[in-house]
Ligand binder design. Structure first.
Ligand SMILES: [Zn+2]
Ligand SMILES: [Zn+2]
Length: 271
């Protein structure tokens, strides 16, 4: 389901309740040690709401070789390397492109192709109806003094931090009570608690999104790594190893060969 209401909707595929994330992490740990086919990618909540595009499959098992490739590029051309704090010395990658592959650091900017402006304009002209779950949810969160995502305004409204002195756990408890009550009232499943829409807004936006796209060059959708021959695309969230997804089922073993090829061919490319 598309997280309609966000200008960045196409980068959002599903919703995960924070408590579900622990299960996801457990699943991923298992998958990293067995090198089986990647499970479907479930983006962390913040990545879903505010992050860049992500792909279908989890890609944590490609991290080591991507880091190795990034280190190779960063060593041969240190000036081009992007830097951060948590991702390690070479976790951020650099802009690089040759005939074999391309790499790009995480894109922190806004849409460069005009798609999001058009999307926001669409949102301004199409609101959730007053009796939609989404409208009720926002109203209840606001009333309870909780920060919330206004899917009409396409942004997170921060209330809790400034006005209500409550611990994080207390706030989540209040929030859970709101979800439980509203989900029951609307007979909706728990999955998708933040994004359910019971009016015609989301289907209309999904249709609009299926007909309107970012351009492939826009930083929002450009993959962080692309291997041209295989068509493999990998995306990370801020740095290699975090929120990693890819567009193909690929084993670490096969990817190692691709990374080897990329190292060889970047060595042969002028810095
Ligand atoms: Zn764009
Ligand atoms: Zn709605």
């Amino acid at each position: 389901m598309i997280f309609a209401g966000f200008a960045s909707a196409p980068r959002v595929r599903a919703s995960v309740k924070p408590s579900d994330l622990r299960k996801t992490i457990k699943k991923k740990e298992k998958f990293m040690t067995t090198d089986t086919k990647p499970p479907p990618f479930e983006a962390p909540f913040n990545q879903q709401l505010l992050g860049n595009a992500f792909s279908e499959f989890a890609a944590d098992h490609l991290s080591d070789d991507l880091y190795r490739l990034s280190k190779h590029l960063g060593t041969r051309n240190p000036d081009a390397q992007a830097h951060g704090f948590l991702g390690g010395e070479f976790g951020y990658g650099q802009h690089f492109k040759n005939a074999v592959f391309e790499m790009h650091p995480y894109f922190w900017g806004d849409c460069e192709c005009g798609f999001e402006e058009r999307s926001e304009e669409w949102q301004r002209q199409h609101r959730h109806s007053p009796d939609c779950y989404q409208t009720h949810l926002r109203a209840e969160q606001r009333k309870a003094g909780l920060s919330y995502v206004d899917r009409n305004e396409n942004r997170e409204i921060k209330i809790f931090e400034e006005t209500v002195k409550r611990s994080y756990d207390e706030a989540r408890k209040v929030e859970d009570q709101i979800y439980d009550r509203l989900l029951k009232q609307f007979s909706l499943p728990k999955g998708g608690w933040a994004v359910h829409c019971t009016c015609d807004h989301d289907p209309a936006f999904e249709k609009w999104c299926s007909e309107n796209h970012h351009t492939p060059e826009c930083g929002i959708v450009l993959p962080n790594f692309r291997h041209f021959a295989s068509g493999l695309e990998v995306r990370w969230y801020k740095y290699i190893g975090r929120g990693m997804s890819c567009n193909q089922e690929i084993t670490a073993e096969v990817f190692k060969k691709i990374a080897d090829e990329c190292v060889t061919w970047s060595a042969a490319t002028a810095a």
